[in-house]
Design a protein around this ligand. Structure first.
Ligand code: NDP
Length: 332
């Protein structure tokens, strides 16, 4: 399998062209290309160029509106509601997160409730940007069923990612961003494409048997939640926060309504922002820095997000799967 080298600018242009040629306006194309480029830059490979063909499917079928605008309403001192109007989630986020940040800074806490938007991206971009403004952030979203609740061999939960970001003065935020599945389906698909095995416990075959073959999981099998019933509880929480609480679908309802064009279905997202300046009477930054230092002094510990930040320092070309690049070019 061969790779080709593309600079970050070339990745941006490749992505921008394909979004623009498939019905996105200039603004949406720029926002999406920026997100794809940043995912490749940081090594979030399952959410960079790899996702572009699926976005194109959703644009081509008309499910995703590449020229639309979300409706953003300030409901109260601490609630922002964004109806995505079938735009891509990064567009909705670009327009609603500044409102969330403003309310959280003024009032100590604020929630952004997003509906009718098309997600499928990584979640660190939203929590990181909120934490860069000195706020703690938690975000989650559901998807279509791919993960069996503890005790079942049938999918009910999405891979339901959850991201948390902690702000640091004069340092990048500490950010974790993880599927509540034992492995994100995107990673399973990458492993299938690259011919790698996945760890036992990642998922089951369609007959409910343990397997290390990513194809058996991706094609008719099922993922398992991380950490057995504990991860199952967190995946359930994500369904409730990004579904019933914000006023959007559970994963199984999303699947019932989706047109199955291969593009990301319409769904909701929950984002919470909290101001430590308003909540804490202590020097929270020095206090938490000591905690992070202590963590890092305990052997081979690294903070979540550090891998991405290290990748980000490399401004050089990225080595992208050639078949994928050719496929994206053909879609332009
Ligand atoms: P990983 O398991 O690769 O990583 C999860 C988190 O753990 C990351 O923040 C990572 O930081 C951190 N981490 C990894 N290894 C270590 C370590 N040794 N020590 C400390 N921290 C560590 O992510 P997933 O495969 O679960 O998810 C990948 C992406 O897929 C996420 O961005 C997620 O949002 C996205 N996703 C999106 C979905 C959607 O529907 N929109 C559905 C499911 C997943 P670092 O990045 O620095 O390695």
């Amino acid at each position: 399998m061969s790779n080709i080298s593309l600079s970050l600018d070339e990745i941006f242009i490749l992505a921008k062209n394909v979004f623009f040629k498939n019905g996105c306006d200039e603004e949406t194309s720029n926002i999406m290309a920026d997100l794809v480029m940043k995912a490749e830059r940081d090594g979030s490979l399952s959410h960079g160029l790899f996702r572009v063909p699926a976005y194109v499917s959703g644009l081509k079928s008309g499910k995703i509106n590449g020229k639309g605008n979300p409706d953003i309403k300030i409901i109260s001192a601490s609630v922002v509601k964004a109806n995505g109007n079938n735009c891509l989630a990064p567009v909705v986020l670009n327009k609603s997160i500044p409102e969330l940040i403003k309310l959280a800074k003024e009032n100590g806490v604020a929630i952004l409730s997003i509906t009718n938007s098309h997600h499928m991206a990584a979640m660190w971009p939203e929590t990181e940007i909120i934490a860069e403004q000195g706020l703690v952030a938690i975000a989650c979203t559901s998807y279509k069923p791919a993960v069996a609740p503890a005790g079942s061999i049938k999918p009910l939960f999405g891979t339901n990612p959850i991201s948390f970001a902690w702000p640091r003065k004069n340092k990048p935020p500490v950010v974790f961003d993880m599927a509540t599945a034992s492995m994100a389906m995107g990673e399973v698909q990458v492993a299938k494409r690259e011919g790698h095995k996945v760890p036992l416990g990642t998922g089951l075959t369609k007959e409910g048997k343990d397997t290390t073959d990513p194809a058996e999981i991706a094609d008719g099998g099922v993922l398992l939640p991380f950490g057995g019933y504990k991860g199952s509880g967190i995946a359930m929480m994500v369904e409730l926060l990004a579904g019933a609480l914000v006023g959007d679908n559970f994963s199984y309802e999303t699947a019932e309504k989706d047109n199955n064009d291969g593009g990301p279905p319409s769904g909701g997202e929950f984002i919470l922002a909290i101001s430590p300046d308003k909540l804490s009477d202590t020097d929270w930054d020095t206090h938490s820095s000591k905690f992070f230092d202590k963590m890092k002094s305990m052997g081979d510990v690294r903070l979540p997000g550090e891998r991405r930040y290290k990748n980000r320092l490399d401004k050089g070309p990225r080595h992208i799967n050639e078949d994928l690049v050719n496929k994206i070019k053909s879609l332009s």
